[in-house]
Ligand binder design. Structure first.
Ligand code: CA
Length: 235
């Protein structure tokens, strides 16, 4: 299933090699050589995926990613990080990147990650109609109705608000503090346990295996993240 890819990479040789290879795989590729140009293209043109280098002139990859998410774009972002820089990976995922590949990478690995991201990318019409589906779960936001396997599920008002916030921020790591502020309106960080309890509630009601969640994921040490489609199983 080919798609349109935006490639933001300042290294000329890598931009050319990668671009050629992706086109050979059937993708349409537009390339940008710095962060500002990449961000402008991401805002103006519809892409199915963005491959974003971290070290870029003018605007670094993190800043570009943050602006992309702030603009409400849910396009999957795959970041290219420097080898062994764990902080970069964590930072990238926190600000809304969907995955990362460490440089230098092997082409088959990158292609596999791109394929996986495109397969689980949320479709826009769902977001616009306010009806979301993931796995056996169907959420109709305007009707405040949630079903699992066509059976009505009763959520508390707060659980529903939390679910809506997750749906509106797919793939973004959300800290407990942020969830408290945005869903509960609390400023204090002393009630973070409340968030855990409600996420646990959503898992119990919506996940097939609440102890091994596929959609409402814990991001160790950071918070939670909603994945609109299940993680691909490792080969
Ligand atoms: Ca670079």
């Amino acid at each position: 299933m080919p798609g349109n890819i935006l490639l933001v990479e300042d290294e000329y040789a890598l931009r050319m090699t990668l671009g050629d290879r992706l086109r050979k795989e059937g993708y349409t590729v537009d390339a940008a050589s710095d962060g500002e140009q990449g961000l402008a293209m991401a805002r103006q043109l519809p892409f199915d995926l963005i491959v974003l280098d971290v070290m870029l002139p003018r605007l670094d990859g993190f800043t570009v990613c943050r602006h992309i998410r702030a603009a409400g774009l849910i396009t999957p972002v795959l970041m290219l990080t420097a080898r062994g820089r764990t902080a970069e990976k964590v930072n990238g995922l926190t600000i809304g990147a969907d995955d990362y590949v460490t440089k230098p990478f092997k082409m088959p690995e990158l292609l596999a990650r791109i394929g996986a991201l495109l397969r689980r990318a949320p479709t826009r019409p769902e977001a616009q109609s306010g009806v979301f589906e993931f796995g056996q779960v169907r959420v109709d936001l305007p009707a405040t109705e949630v079903t699992v396997n066509d059976e009505r599920v009763n959520l508390s008002a707060r659980e529903f608000q939390l679910l809506r916030f997750f749906l509106e921020n797919p793939g973004v790591t959300l800290s407990r503090e942020e969830l408290l502020t945005r869903v509960w309106g609390y400023q204090a960080s002393t009630f973070t346990r409340t968030v855990d309890v409600h996420v646990s509630g959503l898992r119990q009601k919506l996940e097939a295996e609440p102890k091994q969640p596929r959609y409402f994921l814990t991001v160790q040490g950071l918070g939670y993240k909603f994945r609109p489609a299940a993680e691909p199983t490792s080969p």
